[in-house]
Design a protein around this ligand. Structure first.
Ligand SMILES: [Zn+2]
Ligand SMILES: [Zn+2]
Length: 459
């Protein structure tokens, strides 16, 4: 049977700032907030067509305590919110591992899945043993002294329970293992011997199986997609997800399916809309590299200036995911062309319905009531959002015609026909902006805008 999952999310305590306010007296207040978040998640997932989601931050003590209180377990590692059985949850977290490489600190975000609260409690003891400050940070840092220590510690986590799964998160973004903060060539440059235990990697919003097809080392890995949502807002949750083939809905089956390449397909956020797709520097940039509100630049890999240097501020550009995929492909001594890639896994690209409505209605605030009303109306007719992308255009038109605004229907028509682009594309931490009725070529972008004269470089 098919099970639709989103295995990387965050709790209300992610980000650190709220977490710092936590005191025992605030427990009731925090619990209220947490339950509200879980209830909203429970309502949102069915609208997206997602059956199961990760809890996020499952080792964060206050969150663990609340989850233990409000969850009902079916004894197979699957949890439900008491009194509400729409959405299933599994215990999941994201940890930041760091290690000095080339005299700088290399960062990699890593997702872990846990089968039981007991395994989570043992994991927390390990964090204590390593001296990790995890009580004030929902996404803690595990600082390692050497690459050998990275392997050793991940083995220690995996040794807690054979069903714990490790999944490098958003691998191509600056905070992912292949990200640009320090350019590695192979997974083992970070993970060492524990690379053998890595079966699954997360594509991240700015990449999908086609772009990752540029990297030979990933040919035999399983790729999954998750929302990495930091809030329960409709436009954040379920932006990406994975459809797995499982024999039963239980935690062990889910992990078995991940380890045995039983991904039916992934649903991908359009990479061009992702925050780190192209290489560039955004406007209003603070240090390092200062730009005012008229200065920005972004480039496809073939147009990136020499040395990755910004033509405006002369600092290093933020390297986009597209460029990193090309670079790693070359570093692994195989130069593949994005146009020739035949992805090894099925996937569909799904422009989020909220983004389409926001563009069609010209309403920028994606949490606006008017957009939510449009969204709910469409879903009430068609079914969950994922169905919209499976149905042929004619069927969508038949079902929605006369029932929703013509402007909205026309926007859906354009997206389903592929008649859209992003202007600009996502770069340097900014999401791409959807533009309907035009097609773009992300392989030939070379934009530098500056109303003040560019600084002259003397040769
Ligand atoms: Zn992350
Ligand atoms: Zn710059």
């Amino acid at each position: 049977m098919e099970l639709t999952v989103d295995l990387h999310a965050h709790s209300v305590f992610a980000g650190g700032t709220q977490a710092l306010k936590i005191t025992p007296e605030k427990y009731t207040e925090n619990k209220k907030k947490a339950v509200k978040h879980l209830t909203k998640t429970n309502e949102t997932m069915p609208l997206k067509g997602i059956d199961l989601i990760g809890t996020g931050d499952c080792q964060f003590t206050i969150w663990t305590d609340i989850l233990k209180e409000v969850f009902v377990e079916d004894k197979t590692g699957i949890f439900f919110l008491e009194g509400n059985f729409n959405t299933r949850f599994i215990l999941q977290t994201e940890i930041i591992f760091t290690v000095p490489i080339q005299k700088r600190s290399k960062i990699a975000h890593i997702v872990f899945l846990f089968p039981t609260f007991t395994s989570v409690d043992i994991f927390r003891d390990l964090l204590d043993k390593w001296g990790v400050k995890h009580e004030k940070m929902a996404r803690p840092f595990v600082k390692c002294e050497s690459q050998e220590e990275v392997s050793k510690r991940i083995y220690e986590i995996l040794d807690i329970d054979p069903l714990i799964e490790v999944i490098p998160a958003h691998i191509m973004t600056p905070q992912g293992v292949f990200g640009s903060n320090i350019k590695l060539k192979h997974l083992s440059d970070f993970f060492g011997t524990v690379t053998e235990r890595i079966n699954v990697l997360e594509t991240g919003l700015s990449a999908d199986p086609q772009f990752l097809g540029l990297i030979p080392e990933l040919d035999n890995k399983t790729l999954i997609s998750n929302s990495d949502a930091h809030s329960s807002a409709l436009h954040r949750m379920g932006r990406e997800f994975t459809v797995l083939n499982v024999s039963k809905v239980q935690y062990s089956d889910l992990v078995h399916s991940l380890r045995n390449k039983k991904v039916v397909y992934t649903v991908e956020f359009p990479p061009e809309e992702g925050r780190f797709f192209l290489t560039g520097h955004r406007r209003n940039r603070k240090k390092p590299g200062v730009h005012d509100d008229s200065q920005y630049c972004y480039f496809s890999p073939q147009h990136v200036p020499k040395g990755d240097i910004c033509p405006i501020c002369h600092k290093k550009l933020t390297i986009g995911v597209f460029q990193r995929c090309v670079e790693i492909g070359k570093a692994q001594s195989e130069e593949r062309d994005i146009n020739d890639i035949k992805p090894k896994q099925n996937f569909i690209r799904m422009v989020p319905l909220i983004d389409i409505l926001s563009t069609a209605r010209n309403v920028k605030t994606k949490t606006a009531k008017s957009l939510l009303n449009d969204y709910k109306k469409i879903v009430s007719i068609i079914g969950p959002e994922n169905i919209l992308w499976k149905l042929p255009l004619l069927e969508v038109e038949n079902q929605l015609s006369g029932k929703i605004d013509e402007t909205v229907l026309n926007a859906l028509r354009l997206v389903k026909e592929g008649n859209f682009t992003f202007y600009p594309y996502g770069y340097d931490g900014e999401y791409g902006t959807l533009k309907l009725g035009e097609r773009g070529n992300f392989q030939d972008i070379n934009i530098t805008k500056s109303s003040t004269p560019l600084q002259q470089t003397l040769f």
